[in-house]
Design a protein around this ligand. Structure first.
Ligand SMILES: NC(=O)c1ccc[n+]([C@@H]2O[C@H](COP(=O)([O-])OP(=O)(O)OC[C@H]3O[C@@H](n4cnc5c(N)ncnc54)[C@H](OP(=O)(O)O)[C@@H]3O)[C@@H](O)[C@H]2O)c1
Length: 299
């Protein structure tokens, strides 16, 4: 496969998209175009071209993708299924590589794959796999675990409020996490290694840590606080959340316990011991980085 030069980022103004955009531009290896939905308020970013398309119209998307080598989709969860027409348009436009908006749990694991929160992402993956068999479009699925920075700051992986963090299972399971800027590095790594990353999942793991290790770091940072961790039955929370999710309630309080299970439960493949860090030049982070993230959460 020839080098990837022209890259379209879909959802480049989003939470993760902004970091991916920043890293693509900083690498100085790509011509970057941002594709936004018709009517979106996304504005242009220096060094990029901004185009708009009707995400339900394959012709409109095909026009936007003409001349592009790769599409990196970072659409938010509400837009995941809009990627199917994007795949069709990418094929029609002669795009070589499609990275769908995954950037989370290990979806090759059958337990993760069966979670209702991932149904739309699984459908898009399956669609890409099928299309890659009969067309020139290739794919890479980027799995990075939880976002180290975002999930700590937003009390997902561990909530230090009142010094009573919930501990799931026995708290000893070690899982992979990766910060949003590092996910940007990973995307640059994938696009600069198109042959090695073709038609496969790519695993990135900036750090491997357990809840108990996070707790012990927090105790070291703030030893005088009244620490009282609470063992919480995540399976019970997930059973309730799944019922609500299946009935159409897709808000964050419903989705988060289910997503969390795919990270902290040992049966869901969340520890990426074998990963693509070296191929993609991803440097692991040390405990000091976790201390930096945790310290402001312990007032
Ligand atoms: N691993 C983790 O811990 C973690 C945490 C959060 C998110 N994620 C994943 O990261 C990816 C990006 O998430 P995000 O939170 O960065 O997304 P986001 O900020 O919610 O949205 C990103 C962009 O998607 C576009 N968009 C929004 N709604 C859409 C819709 N209905 N149809 C089509 N496009 C839509 C918008 O771009 P325009 O307005 O420019 O069109 C928006 O700026 C997702 O796959 C998400 O699951 C992972």
């Amino acid at each position: 496969m020839s080098a990837i030069k022209n890259v379209t980022v879909v959802g480049g103004s989003g939470r993760l998209g902004a970091f991916i955009l920043e890293k693509l531009l900083a690498s100085k290896q790509f011509n970057v175009q941002i594709l936004k939905r018709a009517g979106s308020s996304t504005t242009s970013t220096a060094g990029t071209k901004l185009v708009e398309a009707d995400f339900a119209d394959i012709e409109s998307l095909t026009t936007a993708f003409k001349g592009q080598d790769a599409v990196v989709s970072v659409v938010g969860d509400a837009g995941v299924l809009s990627q199917k027409p994007m795949v069709d348009a990418a094929i029609a436009a002669g795009v070589k590589r499609f990275l769908p908006s995954n950037f989370g749990s290990n979806m090759t694991n059958p337990n993760s794959r069966a979670l209702p929160v991932f149904a739309a992402k699984v459908a898009v993956e399956d669609y890409l796999i099928e299309k890659s068999k009969t067309t020139d479009l290739t794919y890479s699925f980027v799995y990075i675990g939880g976002f180290t920075d975002f999930t700590l700051k937003h009390k997902v992986i561990m909530d230090f409020s009142k010094y009573q963090p919930a501990i799931f299972y026995d708290g000893d399971f070690q899982f992979s996490t990766t910060s949003m800027p590092t996910v940007g590095d990973a995307v640059v790594g994938v696009l600069t290694h198109p042959v090695e990353t073709q038609n496969r999942p790519v695993y990135v793991s900036e750090i491997i840590v357990s809840q108990n290790q996070l707790l012990s770091l927090a105790k070291k940072i703030a030893p005088s606080k009244p620490w009282a961790p609470v063992a919480v039955d995540l399976d019970a929370l997930v059973a309730d959340a799944k019922e609500r999710f299946i009935q159409g309630q897709h808000d964050l309080p419903t989705a988060i316990p289910i997503l969390l299970k795919s990270i902290v439960n040992p049966e869901f493949g969340g520890k990426f011991t074998e990963n693509d860090n070296e191929l993609l030049s991803i440097k692991g982070k040390t405990e000091e980085y976790l201390v930096e993230l945790i310290t402001p959460l312990l007032d």
